[in-house]
Design a protein around this ligand. Sequence first.
Ligand SMILES: [Zn+2]
Length: 316
Amino acid sequence: MSIAPIPRSSIRGPCRRENPSGARNVHIGVTTEALPGRISPAIVLLSGVLAAQAGPAEAAPAKAVSTWEAARAEVHRGVLPTLQQRGAELRKGLSAYCISHGPSSGNAIALTFDDGPHPDFTPQILDILWEQQVPATFFVVGEMAEKHPDLIRRAAADGHCLGNHTYHHVRLPGLPAGTVATEIKACGLALQDITGQAPHWFRPPGGGTNTRVGMVARALGYRVALWDVLTADSGRPLAGEIGGRMLGEAHPGAIILLHNCVRQTVDVLPWVILALKQLGFRFVTLDDLLAPEPQDWDALMHELGIPLEPQAPVRF
Ligand SMILES: [Zn+2]
């Protein structure tokens, strides 16, 4: 088992192409709807005073060991042995790990912003969310976070949820497990270094996942979150089209995919948030939209009448 270098063809810059045409097929529909009453308390502490007082962007200090090298060492030490020793266990309930929406009861929806932080647009998005008192979830690219740690700290201080979107924003299916693990681990280490907290939500770039990616994410302690409202904003349509899709497709439990680096998204955000509020929706982070992870996958799958996936061997 070795950690292969990342093929250059796998690397996509943030927001270069984020339209996962097959993403909905990846999801196998077990959601937390089956777990009423287990939704975590929707308490979001918006301590934006800290953000308002934040100074100019800080330069990240040089590290003796890069985040990537540190992640690779940890993957060799712990993650790959874990995959080998606990493969069958990690695979249980894997089909339920890709979450694309929350409970259809209630009126909560979640805005998610991928591919940041962006030095121009993320501050504007944070301003709008703060003015509207709307919490959201940011799926962060690790190397971008290291370039703009002040924006990560501000998002955390404003009460937003921070998720992992790999270190280099690469498509993961087809990459060896060691490389997948290092991508996820390095982004997690970057966020932990900046905020002091390890993220626990993961979204694969482009929504690209498979059994191997799911097992690696699970071995690293993540839940995988996709989406069920695709605004296609990364294609840079007119702002009205983005807003129209959000209003047309929003529903209780919706997870809405947006991006940090699109001018039209920033333009439409204030009025579409107001319109969604007027329709009665309440904005929450993924932590507040989704129930805690089940502890007994066998029991849950049996209760829901969903067979476990066939145990075909997985190559690492
Ligand atoms: Zn992305």
